[in-house]
Design a protein around this ligand. Structure first.
Ligand code: BES
Ligand code: ZN
Length: 430
């Protein structure tokens, strides 16, 4: 037990797992295994224990780190992203092993603490732990469904690149009366530079950006139509009066199937109350792009860096600091027109078990759809170990992940445990 510090390690050790808390340059990874015969199926269950910052604190109804239940929802930072959905699978395994202590199933829990910062330590960790992680498929819940009753099996994730851009002008802040009118203001240069990133119709204005975008499959569009999402309800949820869905007439298709570019933060100059007549010496913007298959993060980073550098006007200089990157991911479930012919039989069995178990527990079959968010390690596990992921959405857009009043729907949570237990039992052949 010495090496099982903390709550999760202790729980998994109590369930009979061999637990290792593996140190990394940043946050440790919890690796917990239940071995068995080499011919038993091997499932890797993924989750992350890190969370996004809880601010703005004043917008929380109750303190973010004191979980409180209200009307069937559990509120707190991390309850939905990702502690609750991770506990779905831990509880399911506990129940399965209680009923079937000899279940012929190898299970490895892989629980990291850097997902929200792009998993910088994961590449080296994966290389060092390849053998222990080599399973038949990954099971996780770190994506969304459209409602607590209508489960989505996430068939793909967008990749991501993040960068910081700084525009530097005069060597110090200047009096705008003393010097206004004689030099290019870094804030103006930055805003003009940002504006060049869109064409007049709103598409992303970077040569080569769309070159590798894989067309959407017909079954994906059909699945989306079947889902019957309502655009005006979505606009109301967002609090906007018009979509800016420049990639696709459907905002639901835009967010799932197309790349995007966003400004995540911008600053420079005086930010306090009232006015201050100053020309700032610098201005900055934080940019991120969501990528779709088969866009390569390194190539897109190069494309945007080159364009920004070339477009930076004389009179100011530019510094670009690349941030985290993650590749997009796509898994085609069995039975679709483009299902890979060499899909592993264990994966196909696990997908079939997931379909059946969700149908039985939630009363409706799942939908198979890509999601707009990113979980960079999922593509790494595919690339390095050839493992595909079965992702069961165990929260919804109402769960407010990354936002105040993040919450977990407890009905979905309990049904999720029942479904996960059935999936694991079925994969084990029980
Ligand atoms: N759980 C999310 C990913 C997610 C959100 C998938 C919604 C599908 C729908 C995950 O914890 C997350 O927030 N990932 C980050 C990764 C990034 C910082 C590298 C993201 O998508 O912003
Ligand atoms: Zn998150």
């Amino acid at each position: 037990m010495e090496n099982t510090r903390g709550c999760l390690g202790g729980i998994l050790a109590g369930m009979g797992f061999e637990v290792d808390i593996v140190e990394t340059p940043l946050h440790p990874v919890i690796l917990a295994s239940r071995g068995g015969q080499p011919d038993w199926p091997h499932v890797v269950i993924y989750g992350h224990y890190d969370v996004q910052p809880a601010d703005p604190l004043e917008l929380w109804t109750t303190p973010p780190f004191e979980p409180v239940e209200r009307e069937g929802l559990l509120f707190g930072r991390g309850v939905a992203d990702n502690k609750g959905p991770l506990m779905v699978h831990i509880a399911a395994v506990a129940r399965l092993l209680e009923k079937h202590p000899d279940a012929p199933l190898r299970i490895t829990f892989l629980i990291e603490g850097e997902e929200e910062i792009g998993s910088p330590s994961f590449g080296a960790f994966l290389e060092a732990n390849k053998e222990r992680l080599a399973g038949d498929f990954v099971l996780l819940s770190d994506t969304q469904s459209t409602s607590p009753e209508q489960i989505t099996i996430t068939a793909g994730l967008r990749g991501i690149i993040c960068l910081d851009v700084e525009i530097k002008g005069p060597k110090m802040d200047l009096h705008s009366g003393g010097h206004g009118g004689v030099l290019l203001n870094p804030i103006q240069a930055l805003c003009e530079l940002c504006a060049t990133l869109r064409t007049p119709d709103g598409r992303i204005n970077l040569p080569g950006f769309y070159d590798d975008v894989l067309p959407v499959f017909d079954w994906e569009r059909a699945e989306l139509v079947q889902l019957g999402l309502n655009e005006s309800e979505y606009a109301d949820f967002l609090g906007i009066n018009k979509f800016y869905s420049t990639e696709d007439p459907s905002p639901f298709a835009s967010v799932r199937f197309h790349p995007s570019l966003d400004f995540n933060g911008i600053g420079g100059g005086y930010q306090g109350e009232g006015s201050k007549t100053v020309i700032p010496s610098r201005a900055f913007v934080k940019i991120s792009c969501r990528l779709v298959p088969d866009q390569e993060p390194a190539k897109i980073m190069e494309i945007i860096t080159k364009a920004l550098t070339e477009r930076c006007p004389p009179g100011v200089s530019i510094e670009i600091i690349p941030g985290h990157c993650g590749e997009p991911y796509l898994v085609v479930p069995p039975g679709k027109p483009n299902t890979p012919p060499d899909q592993s039989p264990v994966l196909a069995r696990a997908f079939a078990a997931a379909h059946q178990s969700i149908q039985e527990v939630f009363g409706k079959p799942p939908f198979y759809l890509r999601e707009g968010g990113s979980i960079p390690i999922i593509a790494d596990l595919k690339k390095v170990l050839g493992m595909d992921s079965i992702m069961l959405g165990m929260c919804t857009q109402e769960s407010n992940i990354h936002a105040p009043d993040e919450n977990l729907h407890l009905g979905m949570f309990h049904n999720g445990i029942a479904a996960s237990e059935k999936i694991l039992a079925s994969v084990a052949g029980l």
